[in-house]
Design a protein around this ligand. Structure first.
Ligand code: 13P
Length: 258
């Protein structure tokens, strides 16, 4: 069974006081909420990982980083290794977010190497893929996301499929307020699942597929009702702890796979 996974991607936002206040508010809201199967993770900037790791210790909230080096150690100024993230209490790490692909020129090959480094260190990569608006308009969505997925998967002999997460984040939906319709998202997510089946065989059923791009409290349930949407990667709406908690509360999981 694929457990639903909601991740708050803070991007480059918040300071230490803001992080502490967020953690307190989120934990308080979650304590008051009815029990739920949904796995909840927050991905702050590197500088706030330790603060949040301490604040969330012993709670149901997990920790993710937003980037990692593919290297294990050594002369890589400014880089941070998977082991270092693990030491800070991270269980997950985003790789290949479209903002990094576009602004830092990150390639799918590099993303695959980073994902492999994370798996080696016992962390779970969240591999992001997604087409631009122009690519969608040109009818190239399947080609682009299919290629990104195939090239971004870690080249390791036996990928532990239930440790892999793939996030479909159409670039045109990120930070625009325009969410993909549940049908648009499902169409691409089904395609991703099909590609995963070709590569991983039956284990593809264990890979969790998230949707990301302007997800909010009013859109999350319809998205999560889709058979190949197992979670959400949320940016701006999850910067507010109460709104994030509302999204967690609005996620009812009935469509689960095997
Ligand atoms: P928004 O939810 O702000 O559109 O951001 C989505 C995103 O990029 C999450 O990684």
């Amino acid at each position: 069974m694929r457990r639903p996974l909601l991740v708050a991607n803070w991007k480059m936002n918040k300071d230490r006081d803001g992080a502490r206040a967020y953690a307190r508010a989120l934990l308080t809201a979650l304590e008051a909420a009815p029990p739920s199967e949904t796995e909840v993770v927050v991905a702050p900037p590197f500088t706030l990982l330790e603060t949040l790791g301490t604040a969330f210790e012993g709670s149901r909230v997990g920790l993710a980083a937003q980037n990692v080096s593919a290297e294990v150690q050594g002369a890589h100024t400014g880089e941070i290794s998977a082991e270092m993230l693990s030491e800070l209490g991270c269980q997950y790490c985003l790789v290949g977010h479209s903002e990094r692909r576009a602004n830092q020129g990150e390639t799918s090959t590099q993303v695959a190497e980073k994902a492999a480094a994370l798996l080696e260190a016992g962390l779970r990569p969240i591999i992001c893929v997604g087409e631009t608006g122009a690519e969608r308009e040109a009818g190239r969505t399947a080609e682009i996301v299919g290629q990104q997925l195939e090239m971004s998967l870690p080249r390791i002999s036996t990928p532990t499929a239930n440790h892999l997460v793939v996030a479909y984040e159409p670039v045109w939906a990120i930070g625009t307020g325009v969410t993909a319709t549940p049908e648009q998202a499902q169409e691409v997510q089904a395609l991703l699942r099909e590609r995963l089946r070709t590569i991983l065989g039956e284990s593809a059923e264990d890979v969790r597929l998230q949707y990301g791009g302007s997800v909010g409290p009013h859109t999350i349930q319809a998205l999560m009702n889709q058979p190949d949407i197992d979670g959400a990667l949320i940016g701006s709406a999850a910067l507010d702890p109460e709104t994030f908690e509302q999204m967690i509360a609005n996620t009812h999981w009935e469509n689960t796979s095997p």
